[in-house]
Design a protein around this ligand. Structure first.
Ligand code: FAD
Length: 466
């Protein structure tokens, strides 16, 4: 008989928590998990999955317009938000059920309530008296949106509430131009909402490759999004049925809704971590070692709460490594060196490895070769869409290794996922060049980039094989 109720207690049933709980239970541990909102966590309930479904939903408008050149008559277009959001919610409910059944099948005990720590082995649940004990605790509580500290902040919604809207506003102001801001700007713009993005920085998507940032900003402006950079918010006031966003420079913008997309912070407030000696970083993240162990021996943390790279696949890899290390006798570290990522804006971004700016900073100004091309995809020749696809390779001049692959354009996420395998294997530019192109495709441009960017770019796209 064990001295503890469970071998492992997981706090938070999101991407990281569910994976860690299931695997650990399958490896023979007695596992319990607590979730205060809905099993599935951010990704499934109010992040990646419903967001991507809204991206699909919002892109049909421009697809219908493109279809006209191909002979389709799509003149009477009508869009119904309740249909889209209703179907998205049904899919989220289905996934919530799938995740719940997965835990059930693995024999994980589930507590649908908030959990906090009393001490390093004791958990208190919000919906009952008494406590539960566990040998190991895994903190997988994720993160939540930051609401900027300005007068009128109570009027702001965040990405969470976008999935709860019963009707679409006529206009929307988004504060912030990170990936979530850009994605929701594209979604709502695609659905016919007048979108204004306000951002205090000088260009969208801080830390991404500059060509991607410039290219996306230009394309989104051409699609009708009003992007205003170097713009700081003073306050938000109620005005009629909507709101007015007052800017520090004196003017203002009216909007039916105002959304904050100003970053996220780890969920560690009130969890009881500090009082038992778990070291937290300045933004409240749990500080962990390479095995996801905190400063307290039996307390671990995975996913967004550790603020390493806040993406679902990273939380899942953290969780796999955790279960392997603790319950399969195989100490396992996660390799964070190559992490592909996408921005599901319209057009889309896919990116892996170093940006040109970061590569020059790390390797030296003159140590980098850049190969890039910008072309109108074949389909646009008939649809008439005047939007360019951008592809770019960042190459180490000395070793010929490809350090970064960047793309802006249709299917960028799908293409860059595959390029990530090449980067992981240490592919050189020569390997890319020797790879047979798949024709006709946009992706073939990545293996036919012959000219360094200083030279005139070749005409690319449909006639790559000419
Ligand atoms: P979460 O999935 O957030 O799970 C944490 C869970 O813990 C939550 O369900 C929470 O309710 C629960 N919890 C918190 N405190 C307690 C407590 N005390 N007791 C009980 N339960 C608690 N990532 C991608 O890779 N691709 C994308 O396209 C993408 N799009 C995104 C879009 C949006 C709008 C957002 C917000 C995020 C997106 N992400 C995306 C990020 C991704 O969702 C997160 O990185 C991922 O969900 C992190 O998983 P996690 O397990 O760390 O935390």
């Amino acid at each position: 008989m064990s001295e503890y109720d469970y071998d492992l207690f997981v706090i938070g049933a999101g991407s990281g928590g569910v994976r860690a709980a299931r695997l650990s239970a399958e490896l023979g541990a007695r596992v319990a998990i607590a979730e205060e909102y809905r099993i599935g966590g951010t990704c499934v309930i109010r992040g990646c999955v419903p967001k991507k479904l809204l991206v699909y939903g919002s892109s049909y408008g421009s697809e219908f317009r493109d279809a006209r050149g191909f002979g389709w008559a799509c003149d009477k277009l009508a869009f119904d938000w309740p249909t889209l959001i209703g179907n998205v919610r049904r899919e989220v409910d289905r996934l919530n059920g799938v995740y719940t059944r997965t835990l059930e099948k693995a024999g994980v005990a589930r507590f649908l309530t908030r959990a906090v720590l009393e001490d390093a082995n004791t958990i208190r649940l919000a919906d009952r008296d008494g406590t539960i004990s566990a040998r190991t605790i895994l903190v997988a509580t994720g993160s939540h949106p930051v609401i900027p500290d300005v007068p009128g902040r109570e009027h702001l919604i965040t990405s969470n509430e976008c999935f709860l809207l019963e009707k679409l506003p006529a206009s929307l102001v988004i504060i912030g131009a990170g990936y979530i801001g850009m994605e929701f700007a594209s979604i709502f713009n695609g659905l016919g909402v007048k979108v204004t993005v306000l951002y205090r920085g000088d260009q969208v998507l801080r830390d991404f490759d500059m060509d991607l940032r410039d290219g996306l900003a230009e394309a989104m402006r051409n699609r009708g999004v009003d992007l205003r950079m170097d713009t700081e918010i003073a306050s938000i006031t109620k005005e009629g049925e909507g709101y007015r966003v007052h800017l520090k420079r004196g003017d203002s913008v009216a909007a039916g809704l105002v959304m904050a997309a100003t970053g996220r912070i780890p969920n560690t407030q009130g969890l009881g971590l500090e009082k038992i000696g778990v070291a937290l970083g300045p933004n409240g993240r749990v500080v962990v070692d390479e095995f996801s162990k905190s400063s307290v021996d039996n307390i671990y943390a995975v996913g967004d709460v550790t603020d390493r790279k806040n993406l679902t696949p990273v939380a899942i890899h953290d969780a796999n490594a955790f279960a392997e290390t603790l319950f399969n006798g195989t100490p396992t570290k996660v390799d964070y060196s190559v992490i592909p990522t996408a921005v599901f804006s319209q057009p889309e971004i896919g990116t892996v490895g170093l940006s040109e700016e970061k590569a020059r900073e790390l390797k030296g100004q003159g140590a980098i070769d850049i190969y890039k091309t910008s072309f109108r995809p074949l389909r646009s020749m008939i649809s008439g869409r005047d939007e360019k696809t951008l592809m770019k390779l960042v190459v180490d001049m000395k070793t010929d290794k490809v350090l970064g692959v960047h793309m802006l354009g249709p299917d960028a996420a799908e293409i860059v996922q595959m390029a990530a395998i090449a980067l992981r294997l240490g592919a050189t530019k020569d390997d890319f060049d020797k790879t047979m192109p798949l024709h006709p495709s946009a992706a073939e441009e990545l293996v036919t980039l012959r000219h360094k960017w200083e030279m005139p770019a070749p005409v690319a796209g449909s006639d790559a094989a000419a």
